[in-house]
Design a protein around this ligand. Structure first.
Ligand SMILES: [Cu+2]
Length: 423
């Protein structure tokens, strides 16, 4: 029987050593492989734009430094543990009482952890709390912020109270050898209290979330203030914006119509498409509802405008909608945030591929007059080449021809560039 147990012990020790070695090797392998992938990508980008060559040596060096530092720390802790063990065993063989009161040390560590931890929470709330987004720049955003704040207040109170109780009890009631633990297996009243109170609080929070969600996604439209529709097409790695033109309606599109000159696959057999406009930046009028029609050409992307508290996935093969009303213009926000370079931004919030981080666009919220002046200057999507492709009559407009031809040229170069980049 004894022999059996020793073999079992040896086996498990061996297993532990093997597992630890495997774990360390896995970490090192992962770090180096991800670093080399990163290096390749940086190399690819660097070759695309030779001016920006990135020196990888400092990155390798610093990673190696931290890996070695970590291994050294493990070794150091191991040595201290062994030294203490030897000390304890020596005292035991000499018949002396235990030299180190571990219960006391653990109790003090618990108390210290409480103080340091609570200070950490305070630091986090003040230092990083200052980096929070400015006030919501949309109608529904205020409701989302309210909900966020209520949840944060409740969870903070619960967090602080429970942690004070937990660590104080661990300190006060540490084992001293004079006390015996009180056997207290069950109390129905306590069970009821700590089941009912969280259930009630969570029900209120979930209901609030549900009602807020409904108010955002099931809006009753005001006939006197109809929303402006803007179509957003996401692809790796860009956003394309289509404005509805004078008729206020965005035309139909169909992926089967995608060609080298019709990157979005717009169907010009639909009359509503004829006056649709392309825009390079997102400009929206203040205090007017904007209805974003969201689609994706390749993978999942996420339409994310943090200042308006807007985020929704764009999904290939389906259309999703997000309607909201911006309430603060870009200029007003510059004054409110005391930052003359303030810009609203649109980001992709899905890790959609290697150049995901490049999917950033500026959003401008302007007055209705400024918007009207801006929108008439935007080019129409329909070019003469597209007119030919869809058998539409080509108007004789000497001024418009070079401008439209130019847009087509840029579109095609853009696409060729992207193809070259993918290779
Ligand atoms: Cu994306």
């Amino acid at each position: 029987m004894k022999v059996h147990r020793t073999t079992f012990k040896k086996m498990s020790l061996k297993n532990i050593i093997i597992t630890k070695a495997t774990a360390v090797l896995t970490v090192i392998f992962t770090v180096f492989s991800s670093m080399s992938v990163f290096a390749q990508e940086v190399g690819a980008t660097a070759s695309a734009a030779p001016a920006k060559a990135v020196d990888m040596e400092p990155i390798y060096k610093s990673t190696l430094f931290y890996v070695l530092l970590f291994l050294l720390l493990c070794l150091f802790i191991g040595i201290i543990g062994k030294a203490l063990k030897v000390y304890e065993l020596t005292r035991e063989t000499q018949g002396k009482p235990e030299g180190i009161n571990w219960n006391k040390i653990n109790g003090v560590l618990f108390a210290a952890f409480l103080v340091v931890g609570l200070y950490g929470v305070y630091w986090e709330y003040t230092v990083h709390g200052n980096m929070l987004l400015p006030e919501a720049a949309s109608e529904h955003g205020k409701r989302i912020d309210e909900m966020f704040n209520i949840t944060l207040i409740i969870t903070t109170i619960v967090f602080i109270v429970t942690h004070i109780i937990l660590f104080t009890f661990a300190y006060i009631y540490k084992s001293t050898g004079n006390r015996k633990a009180y056997y207290y297996p069950h109390n129905n009243a306590l069970e009821r209290i700590w089941t009912v109170i969280p259930a009630l609080v969570l029900t209120v929070l979930v209901l609030m979330g549900f009602l807020t969600w409904r108010s955002i996604f099931h809006k009753v439209q005001d006939p006197n203030n109809q929303p402006l529709s803007i179509e957003v097409t996401s692809s790796q790695f860009q956003w394309d914006f289509r404005y509805p033109g004078a008729d206020g309606v965005i035309g139909v599109k169909n992926y089967k119509k995608i060609t080298s000159i019709n990157a979005l696959g717009i169907d010009f057999n639909d009359k509503n498409s004829l006056d649709d406009q392309l825009a390079d930046e997102l400009v929206i009028p203040v205090n007017k509802p904007v209805r974003f029609v969201l689609t994706s050409k390749d993978v999942l992307h996420s339409f994310y405008m943090p200042h308006f508290r807007v985020q929704l996935n764009t999904v290939p093969g389906m259309t999703s909608y997000f309607e909201f009303t911006p309430t603060i213009t870009s200029d007003e926000m510059k004054i409110k945030t005391n930052d003359p370079s303030f810009k609203y931004i649109l980001l992709c919030a899905k890790i959609c591929g290697t150049n995901h981080y490049n999917m950033q666009k500026t959003v401008r919220v302007v007055s209705q007059e400024e918007y009207n002046a801006w929108v008439v200057k935007q080019t129409t999507y329909l070019t003469n080449d597209l007119r030919k492709a869809f058998n539409l009559p080509i108007p004789i407009e000497p001024v418009a021809v070079p401008a439209t031809a130019d847009t087509t040229a840029t579109k095609i170069t853009e696409q060729t560039n992207q193809l070259a980049f993918k290779k």
